[in-house]
Design a binder for this molecule. Structure first.
Ligand code: BTN
Length: 305
C-alpha cells in the first residue's frame, strides 16, 4: 500500500500532528492512497470535486482522502448547508474510481452504477463504525442518513464527476462531540450527535479509522447483492409507511425494501410499486405530521442522493 500525505493550510511546521496521526491510523486501509488534511476549509467535498474536475486524468483520484476539522461552507444533499462547530465533527471526502482494479461495482450493477453502490456502502460502513466505537444502535435511514433512535447523527453525499464519470466523490459528516444546543436546524429528521446520545465524548480519529476500515472491507470483498442484504438489515425505513419527496413527485406507501440497484421499493395505496433512488424520506409512523411539501433548494442533479 502506498499513500502520500499532503498537508494543506498550516504547513508541516505548524500543524503536523493531526495529519500525521491520520496517516498513521490509516496505514492498513489500502483504499486510502493519498491524504490531505485541512484545519479549516470551505468544503472537503467542493475541494475534491474541484481537484477531480481540473485533473488531466482520473487515475490519481482513486483513494484521495480529504479531512477537515472545520468547514466554512460544508454542503449536504440538494445543495443544503452542512454545518458543524470546529473540531467536534468528523468531516471528510473520498475519491473513488469505478472499474479501478479492485472495484467490484461496475455500471453493469444497474443504471445508477457506483453512485447507488456508494450510497449503500458508505452509510453501512458509517453505521458499523458507530456501533463498534460507541455501542450506540446506529441505523440507516434511506437513502443517506445515519440515525440513532430516529435522530440523524451523520449524512453521506455521493457526487459523480462531470469530467470523469467513473469518478465519484463521497462526502461524510458525522456529528461526534456536538452539544445539543449547537446542533444545526434540520429539515426532515431531527439532529443529534454521538455525544448527546452516548453521554460522553468520542475520539474522532478512531471513528475515522473505523469507518474507512469498514469501507475498505466492503469495497474489496463484497458484491452489490451482499451489500444490499446488509443495508436491508440496517435500514430503519424498510417495513415502514413512508412519504418520499423526490424532485418531481411525492410518493406515499409502504417501504418494502431496497433493491439490488440500491433503490427504495415503495408500494403505494393503489398497489403500484415504485423504485426510488433519491429524495427526502419521511417515516410516517415516526413522524408527527403527514406528508406535505417538496424538497427545498433542490439542484436537480441526477446522480446526487
Ligand atoms: C447530507 O446529509 O445531506 C449529507 C451531508 C454530507 C456532509 C459532508 S461533511 C464532509 C463533506 N464536505 C461537505 O461539504 N459535505 C460532506
Amino acid at each position: 500500500m502506498s499513500w502520500r500525505l499532503d498537508e494543506e493550510l498550516g504547513g508541516a511546521d505548524e500543524a503536523p500532528g493531526p495529519a500525521v496521526a491520520i496517516a498513521e491510523s490509516l496505514r492498513d486501509v489500502s483504499l486510502v492512497r493519498r491524504i490531505f488534511y485541512f484545519p479549516e476549509i470551505d468544503s472537503t467535498q467542493q475541494w475534491l470535486m474541484h481537484l477531480a474536475e481540473s485533473s488531466a486524468s482520473s487515475r490519481g483520484l482513486h483513494g484521495v482522502l480529504v479531512v477537515a476539522d472545520y468547514q466554512s461552507a460544508g454542503r449536504g444533499r440538494f445543495g443544503r448547508p452542512w454545518m458543524a462547530p470546529p473540531n467536534r465533527a468528523l468531516l471528510f471526502s473520498l475519491g473513488l474510481v469505478e472499474n479501478s482494479r479492485e472495484a467490484r461495482f461496475s455500471s453493469e450493477e444497474g443504471e445508477q452504477g457506483i453512485v447507488a453502490a456508494m450510497l449503500a456502502m458508505v452509510p453501512v460502513a458509517v453505521c458499523e463504525a458507530i456501533r463498534e466505537r460507541t455501542g450506540l444502535a446506529a441505523a440507516v435511514k434511506f437513502p443517506n442518513d445515519v440515525v440513532v433512535e430516529g435522530r440523524k447523527c451523520a449524512g453521506v453525499v455521493a457526487e459523480r464527476c462531470v469530467r470523469f464519470p467513473s469518478v465519484v466523490v463521497v462526502g461524510v459528516g458525522i456529528n461526534v462531540n456536538i452539544d445539543r444546543e449547537e446542533l444545526p436546524p434540520t429539515t426532515h429528521v431531527p439532529a443529534t450527535s454521538l455525544s448527546v446520545e452516548g453521554g460522553r465524548h468520542y475520539d474522532r480519529l478512531e471513528l475515522l479509522q473505523a469507518v474507512l476500515t469498514r469501507l475498505d472491507w466492503w469495497w474489496h470483498r463484497s458484491s452489490m447483492q451482499e451489500l444490499v442484504g446488509k443495508l436491508n438489515e440496517m435500514c430503519t425505513t424498510v417495513g415502514r409507511r413512508v412519504c418520499v419527496h423526490t424532485l418531481s413527485a411525492t410518493v406515499e406507501g409502504v417501504a418494502l425494501g431496497i433493491s439490488e440497484r440500491g433503490g427504495l421499493l415503495v408500494r403505494t395505496e393503489q398497489g403500484i410499486s415504485k423504485e426510488i433512488f433519491s429524495g427526502d424520506v419521511v417515516e410516517l409512523d415516526m413522524a408527527p405530521t403527514r406528508c406535505e411539501g417538496r424538497i427545498a433548494n433542490a439542484t436537480g442533479e441526477r446522480d446526487e442522493a
